[in-house]
Design a protein around this ligand. Structure first.
Ligand code: ADP
Ligand code: MG
Length: 152
């Protein structure tokens, strides 16, 4: 496993950080975002979408559960399971998307689908730094995903 810690001090910096990671996607990656509400998971996802070259608008899919952002080569599937109690159907959708070699999957509030998420994923944990717009990002992934964090 690899671990990296990076701090940002503005939402723009968080987006830029995510854009550099999104630009490295090859297809097939799974990203799990962990933080409290307002931590910056959706902001980070906005950067990932721009990193794959998508111009689609990224917003919190809390009430729709999943959204898709497209670029020429890849599709970014953005799931948000906040307060979802029954994962049945959506876990199925998640499972299907993970078979698509050109799809990248980003999941907020993944607890309810933890057992369908592969071990080979990038976990991004975001902690607020008190009294600031600061955020501490902890990235962790198995070695085979190290290309996502190069120079980070
Ligand atoms: P989540 O999806 O985790 O609930 P959001 O990305 O929707 O979080 O919201 C994060 C909020 O925190 C936004 O209003 C954003 O402007 C603000 N914010 C302040 N500082 C940062 C930062 N460094 N990184 C990301 N978001 C930040
Ligand atoms: Mg969110």
């Amino acid at each position: 496993m690899i671990t990296r810690k990076i701090q940002t001090s503005t939402p723009q910096a968080t987006e830029a950080l995510a854009t550099s990671i999104g630009a490295r996607f090859r297809g097939g990656e799974i990203i799990e975002l962990v933080s409290d509400l307002g931590g910056g998971k959706t902001t980070f996802t906005r950067g990932l979408a721009s990193g794959i070259g998508s111009k689609d608008v990224v917003a919190s899919p809390t009430f729709t559960i999943s959204k898709i952002y497209t670029s020429e080569k890849l599709t970014l599937h953005h799931f948000d399971f906040y307060r979802l109690n029954n994962s049945g159907l959506i876990a199925h959708e998640l499972h299907d998307v993970m078979q698509d070699a050109n799809a990248v999957v980003v999941v907020e509030w993944a607890d309810i689908v933890k057992e369908v998420l592969p071990v080979t994923r990038l976990t991004v944990t975001i902690a607020k730094i008190v009294n600031d717009e600061g955020r501490l990002f902890t990235f962790s992934c198995p070695d085979e995903l190290s290309y996502l964090l190069e120079d980070a």
